[in-house]
Write a protein that binds this ligand. Structure first.
Ligand code: MN
Length: 437
């Protein structure tokens, strides 16, 4: 069970309140087969875990604020044979006694859920259910709505509108509680220490996968359950591939190594990128690019405070990077004209950052209502700040250089706090960290 037990109930109370007269269905993650008899490592669906702390798959939650059982769980029934092979199953009884369900039943046969759903939806004015993730579940839900509609007879009322539970949960999850921030700080610390060790141990001749394995050992060795996302360990020009995943090349003397890796601790992920010279010293062109990215990264981190927007940070990063590209003579022309044509995009093709939390690209709107109304930052939000420059093309001097620097920051009442400050990013500090071996 998660260490955050007390928070789940508070979250459910809040969620139920915001559902109004709606009913919500939240299926758990489903087991996924990698190849015959080999399953992918299970990981509970984030919204499901956020509200329950329950990590078993093949489960489902039904939230019905108007019912006498507002929080219902459908879970795997106890099964000694299955438990012998796969481990402990809590079963419906403990779903009530340990996980706080007002009523819990077996998730199969499906009739338990079906009946509870039809009963609940008949009282409700809308359904919160995320369509399109599981076509079998979609069909089942649509069928049950038809059944409920028939059951109600001729009412003349229109069909239940279907809404995305993320309308509510996405916003709840976007603002982190102190306990969540504490967890994120732990994920950040474990990840920062691993990055530092990678700087120390990577050297010319190291293989990308060796460094990937080292990071994983550090994550797991300090209690993180898993990676928050697949680690990117990219040497040389592999760094210009934004989601590089092969991790099978050897670091050459004179190359940079870009590492984008974060641990997931108690369901919260860190997301750190650092780029460093494997031989402990930046070449002159490498240093020029690094310092440009670092300058922009630091200015953007400083700009994170209540009222700022992710959009404004992106505009700021784009403009500052463009100025550097002009100064470095990568781009030629007037700043105004180049900005208008987004000329920096060729070397900085991604965004400045994203929400971070249970999902590495966490939930929550970036816009208020329309796509040109940006959402102001508020205390408790956590986001990444990660400008980069990538020269898969461009002048010979910089060709093959790819640099990104990424920190995780939490918005505070006055500004922000960097959760990942444990990894060096100043040139001298990075070189010193690389030389320790
Ligand atoms: Mn990121």
């Amino acid at each position: 069970m998660s260490k955050q037990t007390n928070e789940f109930k508070t979250r459910r109370t809040q969620f139920l309140k915001q559902l109004g007269k709606g009913v919500a269905v939240l299926p758990s993650a489903k087991p996924a087969l990698r190849n015959p008899d080999v399953a992918y490592p299970p990981r509970q669906e984030s919204n499901f875990f956020y509200l329950t702390g329950f990590s078993e798959l093949n489960s489902c939650c039904l939230f019905a604020p108007m019912s006498k059982f507002p929080f219902q769980m459908f879970v795997e029934p106890k099964d000694p044979t299955k438990e012998l092979w796969e481990g402990y199953i809590h079963g419906p009884e403990q779903a009530q006694s340990l996980f706080g369900a007002d009523r819990a039943q077996a998730s199969h046969p499906e009739t338990f859920f079906d009946e509870a759903f039809v009963e609940a939806i008949c009282e409700a004015d809308s359904l919160y259910y995320r369509v399109g993730l599981d076509s079998r579940m979609d069909e089942r839900i649509f069928g049950l709505l038809q059944r409920a509609s028939k059951k109600l007879g001729r009412t003349g009322r229109p069909f239940w509108p279907i809404r995305d539970p993320l309308e509510i949960l996405g916003e709840m999850r976007c603002i982190k509680s102190p306990a969540e921030i504490e967890r994120m700080a732990t994920a950040a610390k474990i990840s920062a220490d691993a990055h530092k060790l990678a700087m120390k141990l990577a050297k010319p001749g190291s293989w990308e996968y060796e460094i990937e394995a080292l990071l994983f050992k550090e994550f797991r060795g300090h209690g993180a359950e898993r990676v928050g996302y697949n680690s990117i360990v990219a040497t040389g020009s592999n760094a210009c591939v934004l989601h590089y995943s092969s991790n099978n090349q050897q670091c050459q003397n004179g190359d940079l190594l870009l590492i984008d890796a974060g641990a997931e601790y108690d369901y919260y992920s860190a997301d750190i990128t650092r780029t460093f010279p494997v031989n402990g010293q930046f070449s002159k062109p490498q240093r020029e690019v690094y310092e440009a990215v670092l300058d922009v990264q630091k200015q953007c981190v400083d700009a994170v405070k209540p009222g700022a927007t992710v959009h404004a940070l992106q505009e700021m990063a784009s403009e500052l990077l463009l100025e550097h590209l002009l100064r470095m003579k990568v781009l030629k022309g007037t700043k105004k004209a180049l900005l208008q044509e987004n000329a920096q995009k060729k070397y900085y093709p991604h965004g400045i950052g994203h929400w971070l939390g249970m999902d590495v690209h966490d939930t929550g709107r970036y816009y208020v209502s329309r796509y040109d109304e940006y959402r102001p930052l508020k205390p408790g939000m956590v986001l990444t700040v990660e400008p980069g420059l990538y020269f898969s093309t461009g002048p010979a001097r910089y060709k093959g250089i790819g640099i990104r620097i990424e920190d995780d920051v939490v918005v505070t009442s006055k500004g922000c706090k960097v959760l990942t400050s444990g990894v060096p990013k100043e040139v001298e500090e990075v070189e010193a960290a690389c030389r320790l071996a």
